[in-house]
Design a protein around this ligand. Structure first.
Ligand code: ADP
Ligand code: MG
Length: 348
């Protein structure tokens, strides 16, 4: 593929704030019936009729949550939306609208923001959500992104973190550990590149896990699947900070304990082979690795026949009484206490 060595660089100052917003958002159209008024007035207007409204916000800071040296801006735009939609799906709700707010320094040309919005647009299209507003301002250093997602849910379908009961089954979607290992691969290649800028990384053997890091998906399909199967999770959370930390959140907020079985944790073959290459334990990676955006939920045992055999869903354990605590049952059948090894931006 030929790379453009001199991409156009249009300074943001030439456009002015109003021109910039107009330019970036002109191709976004409203598709949700609940979006009455989107971008263009002082505020957006929504009409959710008799549904409950779900709202979630994330703030992403360059150098803390993302590194532009290996994260293409289009992917960043996509991922910024996905991480928010994931929180809406984790309430067992459907996402309907987003707002996107940006602060950028003058190091970013218009073309960079166009790339970012191309990613936002792709996510909106894939997940059928409307961009209905945001804010745009300058920063003295780096890029900050705040996305707010809105969604709707029937009151009876809401899945809080608080509803798990002893004997409920613990279920996870997809497979785990890929996003973390994808990041390890990208960081290794970045170091190699620093030493030898002519090196061409061969990421092909790692394409699955690199994609899990750079282009994660949110599990809209699972909310629809559970609806179809007539299963309402008793509690649900999305995996943004690693499996063990999310399990502990469910245990803590539902006042229950848990047994998680090591041999049940779903791992992709690329995760197993790459973990070996990095001399890491794949279970530890699945427990501690963040940014998966899979869903973790509990169901009543009576619902087991409805989910049994579904390739998207894996039963990895069951809840117990609070007094029994939260444990990992290893392959060797020993019980070790679960601790949170989740990501922590404050480096705790
Ligand atoms: P105000 O001065 O009232 O904050 P703005 O000029 O910032 O208004 O915004 C005008 C319109 O453009 C609003 O509908 C706002 O939601 C929208 N908007 C501003 N920035 C963005 C952005 N980065 N992405 C999407 N919509 C935006
Ligand atoms: Mg504004």
């Amino acid at each position: 593929m030929l790379e453009d060595k001199n991409p156009a660089r249009t300074s943001l100052e030439n456009l002015g704030e109003f021109g910039l917003i107009k330019h970036l958002t002109q191709h976004f159209e409203l598709a949700q019936p609940s979006s009455i008024k989107g971008i263009g007035d002082d505020a957006a207007i929504l009409d959710f009729k008799d549904k409950k409204t779900v709202v979630s916000t994330d703030l992403l800071v360059e150098g803390v949550h993302f590194d532009l040296s290996y994260m293409p801006l289009k992917h960043l735009g996509y991922k910024s939306v996905i991480v928010n939609l994931s929180d809406i799906y984790a309430m067992n709700a459907q996402a309907t609208q987003i707002t996107v707010s940006l602060a950028v320094s003058n190091r970013f040309p218009l073309e960079a923001l166009e790339e970012f919005y191309a990613g936002v647009a792709q996510a909106c299209k894939m997940y059928k959500v409307d961009l209905i507003g945001g804010d745009t301002t300058s920063s003295t250093k780096g890029m900050l992104i705040s996305v707010t997602a809105l969604g709707v849910v029937d009151e009876k379908d809401i899945s809080y973190r608080t509803g798990a009961k002893p004997n409920d089954l613990l279920v996870v979607t997809g497979d785990l550990g890929g996003a973390y290992l994808g990041l390890q691969v990208l960081e290794r290649e970045k170091e190699v590149f620093k030493v030898n800028p002519n090196s061409q990384p061969d990421l092909e053997p790692y394409s699955y896990i690199v994609e899990r890091q750079l282009k994660p998906e949110a599990r809209k399909d699972i909310v629809e699947l559970l609806q179809k199967l007539e299963v309402r999770p008793t509690a649900m959370i999305d995996i943004s900070d690693g499996l063990s930390s999310e399990i502990l959140h469910l245990c803590d907020q539902s006042q229950v304990g848990c047994n998680l079985f090591e041999d049940k944790i779903p791992l992709d073959p690329t995760v197993i082979s790459t973990a070996e290459e990095f001399n890491m334990d794949s279970t530890m990676i699945a427990l501690g690795g963040g940014e998966e955006y899979e869903l973790l939920f509990t169901i009543d045992q009576a619902d087991f026949p409805k989910i049994k055999g579904n390739p998207n869903l894996t039963v990895i354990g069951h809840m117990t009484s609070k007094g029994e605590g939260a444990h990992l049952v290893t392959r060797a059948n020993t019980k070790i206490e679960l601790t949170a090894q989740g990501w922590n931006s404050f480096g705790e």
